[in-house]
Write a protein that binds this ligand. Structure first.
Ligand SMILES: [Mn+2]
Length: 355
């Protein structure tokens, strides 16, 4: 069954009801189309509403969809509304978590008597379970990322700035076939490592620094996410200790991934290991998150997420310890939950690399 049919089924969509999709990630998931515009679905209609710039692209990327071009001065909502009225649709699900208040009001005006209901993240729920093709794209994105990592560790030298490392890493991922980077690459050196989402700056790296690299390629519309913390020269004893704690937490949690496990219980394993070592307050973020078309998806491996892991989930396992004034360590793999357990899609070694 196709993705649009599955979505209509989980919505319990009846004749005379429709779905409007605005969110680019959901439009791509359901149709393959990557341009601007919106998707309109019903039991008898599969349409893309877009403007002149994207008509040919939409026809090529989404051959199963009628493509409707808006005229100058016309809005997407007006064209969608006329299609909805023409098809005799009386109620429509839409993404009330995404459409702005202003656009929602315009949509309501254009639709007139047609009712609007919340789509309630149902496309995102379908996207949680990756099919084999999606898992293969994430695996390829991870392979590009790992190859770029192998390269960058040969390039890092004292005196380089964080920004220089960031640029070289991004450029290598693009050279290796990435569509783009999946998110802004983090390069955090020395004391900057205590900032989990540090912005790479002009700091020059020096001997004795640990450097956290958090990055990923995007390939075929899917994201990779990995983090390694490497040392330039011998690190101090405290940073070594922190590294060993984070590594044991990462290994234990990755080994614990399996269908049937509750997300928060996996998070708790890391929190116990790091807490027992005396660093509970220095691990303030969740253990991980799902990754796919978007870099952050559900389920979350966090203290509050009760979701059960299932085959086809791809989740990151990324414990970290962050000590202001000293630095930080994070180690992250993106992992595919399988029928029997899980496997990392990231092949780079997790043990400390000293450059
Ligand atoms: Mn991550």
């Amino acid at each position: 069954m196709g993705r649009t049919e599955r979505l209509m089924d989980v919505c319990g969509l009846k004749a005379g009801e429709g779905i409007i999709i605005h969110k680019p990630a959901n439009v791509f998931y359901l149709s393959g189309y990557t341009g601007e515009g919106l998707l309109l679905l019903s039991r008898g209609l599969s349409a893309i509403v877009t403007d002149f710039r994207y008509v040919e692209q939409a026809q090529n990327q989404a051959p199963g969809f009628e493509v409707h071009q808006i005229s100058t001065g016309e809005t997407h909502a007006q064209v969608a509304a006329s299609l909805i009225h023409g098809a005799g649709i009386t109620g429509v699900y839409y993404e009330d978590d995404y459409v702005t208040v202003r656009d929602g009001r315009k949509l309501k005006e254009a639709l007139g008597e047609v009712q609007l209901w919340s789509l309630d993240m149902r496309p995102e729920q379908l996207r949680e379970i990756k099919d084999d093709g999606e898992a293969a794209l994430i695996e390829k994105a991870c392979a590009i990322s790992c190859e770029a990592f192998d390269y960058i560790i040969t390039q890092i030298k004292p005196g380089m700035t964080e920004k220089q490392i960031q640029r070289a890493l991004n450029f290598r991922m693009l050279e290796l076939g990435a569509d783009d980077v999946a998110f802004d690459t983090i390069v955090a050196s020395g004391p900057n490592g205590s900032l989990p989402h540090a912005i790479p700056g002009e700091r020059q790296i020096e001997k004795g620094d640990m450097i956290t690299l958090d990055f990923g390629a995007k390939f075929g519309g899917y994201c990779a996410d990995m983090t390694r913390t490497v040392a330039l020269g011998q690190p101090g004893s405290r940073m070594r200790e922190i590294y060993d704690i984070v590594l044991s937490a990462q290994i234990a949690c990755q080994e614990a991934l399996a269908p049937g496990r509750v997300s928060r219980d996996v998070d708790a394993i890391a929190r116990k290991i790091i807490g027992d070592a005396g660093y509970a307050e220095r691990f303030g973020h969740g253990l991980g998150h799902a990754v796919g078309i978007d870099i952050h998806e559900n389920p979350r491996l966090s203290p509050t997420c009760m979701d059960t892991l299932k085959p086809g989930h791809v989740v990151t396992v990324e414990p970290g310890i962050y000590v202001p004034g000293l630095g930080g360590v994070r180690i992250e793999n993106s992992c595919l939950v399988t029928d029997t357990g899980a496997r990392s899609l990231v092949s780079a070694p997790r043990e400390m690399i000293i450059l």
